[in-house]
Design a protein around this ligand. Structure first.
Ligand code: SF4
Length: 927
């Protein structure tokens, strides 16, 4: 927007708009894109400000002593802002504060988070701190009002300039599309339209497609050769060996015997069609160890090898680093490709349909506009590029290639080759090495209509996460909002999908056909409304069940076969039977309408309606079956539970498979010729027993390569013996004392692994102000920043401590001196009340020793593995859980570690022992 605007920011004593106080205000005036004036003052709240506020803002009590009170400066602020539109970052917070004091009642408020996320929908984070870094915007003192207001103004100006480059036709569409929706940014785009010039070369909003032909799938999947030729294992050495092809193409190439040995094992697995589990020690270079024989095999046999990973980080490493190394080094060219699950790809056909009608919600409006702007940048249509928030993710799911009866033939015509899902399928068909993720691998193997092309050989990396990835990938959540929303989308006489169908009929069919359907849709609309009420009642009964059974303090309430027999649950079953009848009525209605539509002449638009109706019909039928299982006919391989939030009253039904080994055996192990499962951590105290049992892989060959690291020289394990056990009083204080003393001694360079968010938050709040006095910054996962951004900041900070939980136990790679000490706060036992863990435990006669302990040992080994990442790394792992030495099972944790020095002693010695260990290491490396 042009003209006069005021960007402002507040520093406050807390986040409660009703009770907290303003302690600083900064504002800058912008006229036609130029900052022309500034206003800034501290504000005395009349009481002592909390220590936390000083820590965040740097404003101290003494700074506020002579400052004016808010009452005295309110007229100045009102005068400065006048009736200009205001801009703030996360405007709802700052604007609400000023409104509380009678200001901004008539001012238009623009939120720079909203503006930036719309204009730049692919940025990883929209916090002001991260935006100034990503967009090179000047910010002197973050969390001081005037500096933040200036940065907000500069951000806004930058977004306005970026928006000016959007094609006029796109801006026109955004203005048209947002009509009738209460959206403050509409004025922004209307102003933009006023100055947009006609541009005959305006690019079409489209997904990049090289040519229509690129969309056509090959007629049939290339047949896999029957007589497969074995690869010569000597060839592996000629690639990976000390004088091999990689050594010739990579500077400072490091030959590793363990890598060659693993590659030969994988090569044998291809030659002899074996299934094998390989624990590949850290540092051996396992991805090249399996990629090398896989590429040799695939090129020799004109075949395809599928490589499955759990994380995008590993997928990126394979496709951007390891595979290009092999492409450069090997004589024979080969094609790699990445295929993701269907939910990751935009369905352009569905987007076209949604664009044609007005949005039904602000989230739909935002999502479609973000997509249009994103597509204007000619992306590849992959969800991973986009940063969507909250309910926008649900809208995406309605626009993705998931849940579609799609055929390439139809969309070749209607979408002119722009479907990213089919482009990915074409690329996958041509690939010799196809990278996928675990959830897609198993979902595809189960499904009869395959996303992946035919394959007989798989390598599963990060296999320790296979069970978890399949469990969460198969998890189902059903709640009232989604069910009623989906029913609402069906609509009725004048709205939603049924309304669209009737409109179409009015224009394209005879009166007789149309009136037949109109009468029917009237009844269906009534049935949908009645069903929505029934859905609401059903979820109310679910909440009542939680309260009547006294479980309202739990967030996950498992439903076991025994609980299905109690009277309260039987009431719930009766409610379900009532709701199930509505599912049946609506399903019959869908079938009837589809029958009518099927008898009409085909047209592109009609096809759209048929597909959408069929998708809704399938959604309702899936939900009916899942709810029936939950209430009446549980599957014995699945766990069922109620998700409940006492503070909001939110209630949902959830379910997930607890026995995924059964699926793996039926759908993969029994059907594929070569299977390689690998990871750096697959063994527990009993070798491969635990993992092979969980994955139903007892028949596989098992090997372990060992590591290339000398842990005796590189790692010291220290267990403080004089601290309480984790659940006892004073443990938290001892933990904080230990972190502070270690961080102070090492000047940062410490990572702390937690098993609970609450403890992480409590620890961060307590240690951060104290470490700040020594210039040490604490980065913690609870701030909501992405793991990648936190790791970047930790590595680039001179003195920093990193606090993480969950994915930090195995998804972190910090080589070198940036990380010298790792603190494991407690042994990583799973929460026993977790419904899936509990369901799995029920299948063991001695669940603690045969399931809980090995499960925790595996996680413990993964956590330990964060410390030493290269041959030159040195460091200490401090274990703040004395159960590791006091309890009988503790021995299994220590025995599972690589051969390294273990010491015990008082907490107070931790810092000095660490310092001594690192100094000794320095001496050794100097000599
Ligand atoms: S092929 Fe499928 S995903 Fe692609 S545009 Fe058509 S319906 Fe959508």
């Amino acid at each position: 927007m042009r003209g006069e605007l005021v960007a402002f920011d507040l520093e406050t004593t807390g986040l409660d708009v009703e009770t907290d106080s303003i302690i600083e205000i900064g504002a800058v005036r912008i006229v036609d894109g130029v900052i022309t004036d500034e206003y800034s003052t501290l504000v005395n709240p009349g009481f002592a400000i909390p220590q936390e506020t000083t820590y965040i803002t740097g404003i101290e009590q003494k700074d506020l002593r002579g400052a004016p009170t808010l009452a005295t400066i309110l007229p100045d602020i009102a005068h400065f802002i006048g009736d200009a539109p205001v801009i703030a970052h996360n405007a709802i917070f700052d604007v609400s504060f000023l409104k509380r004091f009678g200001l901004l009642s008539g001012n238009l408020a623009i939120d720079t988070i909203e503006v930036t996320s719309i204009i730049n929908p692919t940025l990883p984070s929209y916090s002001l701190g991260s935006l100034v870094e990503q967009l090179n915007i000047e910010l002197e003192n973050a969390h001081r009002a005037l500096d933040d207001a200036r940065a907000t103004a500069r951000l806004y100006i930058k977004m306005w300039e970026t928006a000016k480059t959007l094609p006029k036709s796109l801006v026109q569409e955004i203005v048209r599309y947002s009509q009738g929706v209460d959206w403050p940014l509409r004025i922004f785009f209307e102003s933009l339209l006023e100055i947009a010039s006609d541009d005959a070369d305006t690019p079409q909003v489209t997904i990049d497609a090289d040519a229509k032909e690129a969309f056509d799938l090959p007629e049939a999947t290339p047949t896999l050769p029957v007589d497969l030729a074995a690869i010569d294992l000597a060839e592996i050495n000629s690639v990976l060996g000390p004088d091999g092809q990689l050594a010739q193409s990579i500077a400072n190439y490091e030959h590793r015997e363990q890598q060659v040995a693993m590659a030969e094992t994988v090569g044998r697995a291809f030659n002899e069609q074996q299934q094998v589990i390989i624990e590949a020690g850290t540092g051996i270079g396992k991805s090249l160890a399996y990629l090398t024989p896989a590429v040799l095999w695939a090129t020799k046999n004109q075949s395809r090898v599928v490589v499955s990973t759990n994380t995008i980080t590993l997928q990126d490493q394979l496709i951007e680093h390891d595979i290009p190394l092999l492409q450069d080094a090997l004589d024979e060219p080969f094609t790699p490709a990445v295929m993701k699950g269907r939910a990751n790809y935009l369905c352009p056909r569905r987007l076209e349909t949604m664009r044609r009608r007005q949005p039904t919600s602000i989230d739909e409006l935002r999502t479609v506009i973000k997509l249009l702007i994103w597509l204007n940048g000619r992306p590849n249509g992959d969800r991973g590029e986009l940063n969507l928030r909250g309910n926008e993710n649900y809208i995406w799911s309605r626009l993705s290639a998931q849940d579609e009866d799609c055929t390439s033939q139809r969309c070749t015509v209607t979408m002119r080759g722009t479907c990213p899902y089919h482009q990915a399928k074409v690329a996958a068909e041509k690939a010799r090495i196809l990278i996928v993720n675990h959830a897609l691998l198993v979902a595809d193997a189960k499904n009869e209509s395959h996303t992946l092309p035919a394959y007989e050989h798989i390598i599963i990396d990060e296999a320790h996460q296979l069970e978890g990835a399949i469990t969460s990938g198969s998890m189902v959540r059903i709640d009232e909002i989604r069910l009623t929303q989906r029913l609402a989308e069906l609509g009725g006489m004048n709205k939603g999908l049924l309304g669209d169908i009737l409109r179409y009929m009015r224009e394209h069919t005879s009166d007789k056909e149309r009136s037949r359907l109109e009468i029917f849709v009237q009844d269906v609309e009534l049935a949908i409304r009645a069903m929505q009420q029934q859905v609401t009642r059903y979820f109310e009964s679910l909440a009542n069940y939680v309260q009547d059974t006294g479980q309202q303090n739990k967030s996950q309430i498992r439903v076991t076969p025994a609980q299905r027999k109690v009277a309260e649950f039987q009431l719930l079953q009766a409610k379900w039977q009532q709701l199930a009848e509505f599912f049946d009525v609506i399903a019959d209605a869908m079938k009837h309408i589809l029958g009518i539509l099927g008898s009409l002449n085909e047209s592109v638009l009609l096809n759209e309606y048929v597909t959408s109706l069929a998708a809704t019909s399938r959604f309702l039928s899936d939900r009916r079956q899942q709810l029936d299982e939950f209430a009446l006919q549980p599957n014995d391989a699945w766990a069922y539970w109620i998700h409940y939030r006492g503070d909001t009253g939110y209630v949902a039904i959830q379910m997930a498979p607890h026995n995924v080994g059964r699926y793996l055996e039926d759908d993969l192990w029994n059907k594929k010729k070569t299977v390689v499962l690998t990871s750096a951590t697959l063994k527990t105290g009993n070798g491969f027993d635990y993992m092979s049992e969980r994955l139903h892989a007892n028949h596989m060959l098992m090997e372990s390569t060992g590591s290339v690291f000398d842990y005796k020289k590189s790692a010291l394990v220290y267990v403080p013996t004089d601290i309480p056990e984790p659940n006892q009083p004073h443990y938290q204080k001892a933990l904080e004392r230990g972190i502070i003393s270690l961080a102070a001694a090492l000047q940062g360079r410490v990572m702390v692994l937690f098993t609970s968010y609450n403890q992480l938050r409590e620890t961060a709040a307590s240690i951060a102000p104290r470490l700040a006095l020594g210039g040490i910054v604490v980065y913690d996962q609870a701030t909501g920043n992405s793991q990648e951004s936190l790791l970047d900041r930790f590595k680039s900070s001179e003195k920093a401590v990193l606090l993480g939980t969950r994915s930090y136990w195995d998804g972190v790679d910090i080589p070198g001196d940036d990380l010298s000490a790792l603190i494991i706060t407690r042994l990583p036992f799973a929460v026993p009340t977790d419904p899936i863990f509990a369901a799995r435990s029920d299948t063991y006669s001695d669940a603690f020793n045969n399931f809980a302990v090995p499960n925790a040992v595996l996680r413990f080994r993964q956590g330990f593995g964060r410390l030493i990442r290269t041959r030159d790394d040195r460091g200490i792992v401090a274990i703040f859980d004395s159960r590791i030495i006091h309890k009988k099972y503790g021995r299994q944790f220590l025995e599972a570690l690589p051969d390294c020095r273990v010491e015990q002693g008082p907490l107070d010695n931790l810092a000095s022992i660490t310092q001594k260990w690192l100094d000794e290491s320095l001496d050794t490396s100097d000599s």
